[in-house]
Design a protein. Structure first.
Length: 376
């Protein structure tokens, strides 16, 4: 009786399991009533049930917290949670396309607004005519290298080798004239020694002001071109002057101008000045009457004392008090030397009365001046 009940329960269990899991359980051994059941057959049915149960998911009792979502479910560990973002929509802005409100969205550059990277190139002999929005470049054939020059002609002082192809420009022989050279821009450093001869210099164009002092020595003058009297300008180095009769006014402070000469000095040197004349002095016995003569140059002020006049050719004519009263003719002469640099210098002959009451005069006073340079 007990065996019968076991068989009924086992049969019912097998029937329920097969109905609950269907194909996951697979085929079970069937048993007929009032037949003997082997342990092997029963164990096979339990193994099939076990295999079917193991393929099913265990009961889930996992709950995700706020800000998380179910990531996956495994048979062994159950449910797993993961953090989720807050983005709900992706909208393409200026210069972009794409976007979306769900799933995996994509953004791309809008080439109608943004220039795509230029990747195109043109072959040799072609040129880029435009740049497309997608970065490609259409090309055109270069028919004339892109220029508009059709010929090159050498202008004033310039020579051109050709009027086609590669052109070479240069300075034509004789192309540079004085009109092309700024005044005072060429110095001695720009001139090759020995290249300038007499034929290159126009007559009368070089004067003393063009030659630095001391730069010309004997080695610069050839024997055939020796300097003689015809090559020396004498008018500026010597001057003279004279007069007739000068009656000298009375008064010990009155200076009378008898004569003057001027010399244009080209360089540093000396002026030698000399004068002469015949003084006529009216003598009064018992009283001295004298007149003195001296020179002066425009380089300094006119001397007014004996000390300063002595160095400038001071001489005098005197009728002493012991002499009988009468008129005396006395020759006078004197000279002075002046150091000069350059420019025009004027030498003047003066006369000045001294003590005495008689008259005084001078006849035919002569004045000479000559310039002597320091270096020859």
């Amino acid at each position: 009786m007990k065996s019968c009940k076991f068989l009924i329960v086992l049969s019912a269990l097998i029937t329920l399991s097969a109905a609950a899991w269907g194909a996951d359980v697979g085929a079970l051994n069937q048993f007929a009533g009032n037949t003997t059941i082997s342990a092997t057959a029963v164990n096979q049915n339990f193994d099939a049930l076990k295999a079917g149960v193991n393929t099913k998911q265990d009961k889930l009792d996992t709950a995700c917290i706020a800000g998380q979502a179910l990531a996956n479910v495994t048979q062994a560990t159950g449910a797993a949670c993961t953090d989720v973002g807050t983005i709900t929509t992706v909208t393409a802005g200026s210069g972009l396309t794409g976007g979306g409100a769900s799933g995996a969205v994509t953004l791309s550059a809008d080439t109608t607004v943004v220039q795509a990277r230029v990747t195109g190139t043109c072959a040799v002999g072609q040129y880029v005519t435009a740049i497309a929005a997608n970065g490609t470049v259409p090309c055109g054939t270069d028919a004339n290298s892109g220029g508009t020059i059709t010929s090159v002609t050498g202008g004033n002082g310039v020579s051109a080798s050709t009027t086609a192809g590669a052109v070479t420009l240069g300075i034509a022989t004789g192309g540079i004239t004085s009109a092309h050279i700024a005044d005072n821009s060429i110095t001695g450093a720009d001139i090759l020694n020995g290249t300038i001869t007499g034929t290159d210099i126009a007559a009368g164009t070089v004067t003393g002001s063009n030659i630095a002092a001391g730069t010309i020595t004997n080695s610069n003058i050839s024997a055939s071109a020796a300097i003689d009297a015809t090559k020396v300008l004498g008018a500026a180095g010597l001057d003279s002057g004279g007069g007739s009769t000068f009656n000298l006014a009375a008064g010990v402070t009155v200076q009378s101008t008898l004569n003057s000469v001027s010399i244009t000095v080209p360089r540093a040197g000396y002026i030698f000045a000399t004068y002469s004349g015949m003084a006529k002095i009216q003598g009064v016995n018992g009283s001295s009457n004298y007149t003195y003569f001296f020179l002066s140059s425009s380089l300094t002020a006119v001397p007014t004392t004996w000390t300063t006049q002595t160095s400038q050719g001071l001489q005098w004519a005197e009728a002493i008090s012991a002499m009988p009263s009468g008129t005396y003719s006395i020759p006078v002469s004197g000279h002075a030397v002046y150091a000069v640099t350059s420019g025009t210098v004027t030498i003047t002959l003066y006369a000045q009365r001294g003590a005495g009451t008689g008259s005084a005069s001078i006849f035919y006073p002569r004045l000479y001046a000559i310039f002597v340079p320091r270096l020859y």
